[in-house]
Design a protein around this ligand. Structure first.
Ligand code: UD1
Ligand code: CA
Length: 477
């Protein structure tokens, strides 16, 4: 059925002037993915024979972002002639010349549309045997969008851009979402007829609609049921708004899958993250990138996890973690800084004011308080005393600290790497461990304590300390 063949054209060549950004508009991310990535993700499930992306502004940057994620998308370069009409024209020219199906045009800056909306737009277009079908929406505030102008009978007659609209036309609430299906032949016949005689001096794709109607072709507009899904991003305020809407949708999806999310307004979950049922997310928590969280884990409040793997029943409180594996049944935080390469095995603990990096902490082992653990391997059932520092950097290179199983270290130790602590060894409080400690040894490196009796009363006479010392000494006599 050749008439049901489908090509998708994604428009991504515009500069995005209103973003006032070095980054091309379509690469600005929401929910961890560029705007144009959301459009391509949706496009990729529609079973199209061709997907084309039209690029021009910062083309290399846009192309590398697209090609990495969507290798099947064909890149089409727009020339110096501006406007959405020109963009579609170069894309249609790049299709096989015998392509005779439907062409779905999507905007790289309209990121919230879902596949079912586009499926029903396509189905309606095919049922009506229309030359073109526009996705429209009824907005309380249509400012900035093209308006759908209908005749007395209610039939679409043309689209007028905001900048070209009369006051009467600007008052129309039905807008063009920038998403349409065209019969390929309609585009081939009518795109060459549009001109740049408009407020922006561009070739408007929207002018094809008026031309089709003048030539008595059928044009339909389907009003989107979900108005928010047609939202277009032109500036940073709209970017944030689109991000909020998408996040609310992602949060709702996980709630329906059995995740407890106490405060959707302050919980941000990227599109690529994966959560299991019976995960609990507490307020002010950001689940970023490809983070995966297993059942029963409790995350937050005030926690950011970037590309982390979190095991079942882990409890992570007030923590910032990136590229870390946090095992099942562990506890982390409050106030932990977990840097890339940290692996905390099952049942372990990283406690308060602890920073870790490129380190493995074995099953059941604990780093509870005030420590820096970098480039370190810690065995199983180890307890690291409060205030441990691995001195991993000698100014030139990073060295490793290796700590065996069942080791207990004293408070306020410095491990001067490279250094190894054998299984079952212990270290005294305040030790600076510069030499390897054999299995089962006790390492002491602090000089024996010497008390100079009466020093305060002699050298600090008249101070509160001296008076307190005298009182205590008299009472002891
Ligand atoms: C466009 C529509 C408007 C609609 C709105 C919906 C036109 C003339 N107007 O307006 O009716 O209500 O979208 O969001 O089509 N682009 C190119 N090449 C270009 C210019 C733009 O590929 O030469 C791309 C942009 O990257 C963007 C999309 O086309 O992804 C829309 O362009 P934009 O300038 O944002 O059009 P709007 O003014 O929003
Ligand atoms: Ca736009």
């Amino acid at each position: 059925m050749t008439e049901n063949r489908l090509a998708i054209i994604v428009l991504a060549a515009g500069q995005g002037t209103r973003m006032k950004s070095r980054l091309p508009k379509v690469l600005h991310p929401i929910a961890g993915r560029p705007l144009v990535g959301h459009v391509l993700t949706t496009a990729s499930v529609l079973g199209a024979d061709h997907i084309e992306v039209v690029v021009r502004h910062e083309r290399d940057q846009v192309v590398s972002a697209i090609s990495a994620q969507y290798p099947d998308a064909v890149i089409v370069d727009q020339d110096e002639i501006p406007g959405t009409g020109r963009a579609v024209q170069v894309a249609v020219d790049a299709l096989p010349s015998d392509f005779e199906g439907d062409v779905l045009v999507l905007s790289g800056d309209v990121p919230l549309l879902e596949a079912d909306t586009l499926q029903s737009l396509l189905a309606g277009h095919r049922r009506a045997e229309a030359a073109a079908t526009i996705l429209s929406a009824l907005l309380d505030d249509p400012t900035g969008y093209g308006r759908i102008i209908r005749d007395e009978a209610g039939t679409v007659s043309r689209i007028v851009e905001q900048k070209d609209a009369t006051a009467e036309e600007a008052a129309v609430a039905e807008i063009n979402a920038g998403v349409y299906v065209f019969r390929a032949s309609a585009l081939r016949s009518f795109l060459p007829q549009i001109d740049q005689n408009n407020a922006q001096g561009e070739l408007y794709l929207t002018d094809v609609i008026g031309l089709l109607r003048q030539a008595q072709h059928t044009v339909a507009a389907e009003i989107a049921a979900d108005t928010a899904a047609t939202f277009g991003v032109n500036d940073r305020a709209q970017l944030a708004e689109a991000g909020r809407v998408l996040n609310a949708r992602i949060v709702r999806r996980w709630q329906r899958d059995g995740v407890s999310i106490m405060d959707p307004a302050t919980t941000w979950i990227d599109d690529d993250a994966k959560l299991s049922s019976d995960v609990t997310i507490l307020p002010n928590t950001h689940i970023v990138g490809a983070t995966v969280i297993e059942s029963g884990a409790v995350i937050g409040p005030d926690t950011t996890l970037v590309d982390c793997e979190v095991g079942a029943d882990a409890v992570i409180k007030r923590t910032d973690a990136t590229l870390a594996v946090i095992g099942a049944g562990t506890t982390v935080g409050p106030f932990a800084f977990i840097r890339p390469g940290t692996v905390l095995a099952d049942g372990g603990k990283i406690g308060t004011f602890v920073e870790t990096k490129n380190s493995t902490i074995g099953a059941g082992s604990k780093v509870p308080h005030l420590s820096y653990i970098g480039d370190t391997t810690i065995g199983e059932r180890v307890n690291i005393g409060a205030g441990a520092i691995t001195a991993n950097y000698d100014d030139l290179v990073k060295h490793r600290t290796e700590i065996g199983d069942e080791v207990h270290t004293g408070s306020h130790n410095v491990f001067v790497a490279p250094v190894r602590i054998g299984d079952g060894a212990k270290t005294g409080a305040g030790a600076v461990v510069r030499k390897d400690v054999p299995a089962g040894a006790l390492a002491l490196s602090v000089a024996p304590q010497r008390n100079v009796e009466g020093w305060v009363e002699k050298n600090r006479a008249g101070t509160g300390a001296a008076e307190a010392a005298s009182r205590a000494n008299r009472a002891a006599e």
